[in-house]
Design a protein around this ligand. Structure first.
Ligand SMILES: [Cu+2]
Length: 179
């Protein structure tokens, strides 16, 4: 299959590779996943997280059998519950809120895994095969096209609000049923 999976999976692959490659004398230093996503760097060449649309699966879009219009609001998906047939689906997302939002997918459904301190558990998300349309600004449109396997998926946005809570904690979650 040709499912497009973005940042989370490559990051996990890198972490896994580092883990496997670190079988030397001092591998106890390399505990835990890297938190360096690159997106929060302050370098001049780095695009600020959430500052622009990064479409997903544009090469697949012509093959889409279905297009789902979904609004990303503060703090909800509209509609929150989506059902599609398996195959190539385009999500035409519109950010109707005042904050940047993302559209992330957790295969298998259920709650988004959190770490002990309540932050999203990026490693567990990667292991679950989570994928996402990265956060993009208020007022913009952004498309993501995936070749979806049957099953349940949780839709979520874990952008952090000004008060430190994630949008997910504020209720920005939904379900996708592919079947
Ligand atoms: Cu959000």
């Amino acid at each position: 299959m040709h499912t497009s999976r973005t940042l989370i999976v490559p990051l996990f692959a890198i972490v896994a590779a580092l883990g496997l490659g670190a079988c030397g004398d001092d591998d106890d230093v390399a505990a835990g996943p890297s938190t360096d996503s690159g997106e929060e760097s302050v370098g001049a060449d780095v695009v600020e997280y959430g500052s622009e649309c990064s479409p997903v699966g544009e090469d697949l879009e012509a093959e889409a059998e279905e297009t789902v219009a979904i609004q990303l609001a503060d703090y909800a998906f509209v509609p929150a519950d989506v059902t599609v047939a398996p195959g190539v689906v385009t999500f035409a997302a519109t950010n109707v809120g005042e904050e940047a939002h993302e559209l992330a997918f957790l295969p298998g459904g259920g709650e988004v895994p959190l770490t002990q301190d309540g932050a999203p558990d990026e490693e567990a998300l990667a292991e679950a095969g989570a994928f996402e349309l990265e956060a993009f600004p208020a007022g913009e449109d952004c498309n993501a096209t995936y070749d979806l396997e049957p099953g349940e998926y949780t839709l979520f946005c874990i952008v952090e609000a000004a008060d430190g809570e994630t949008h997910y904690e504020k209720g920005m979650a939904g379900t996708l049923t592919v079947g």
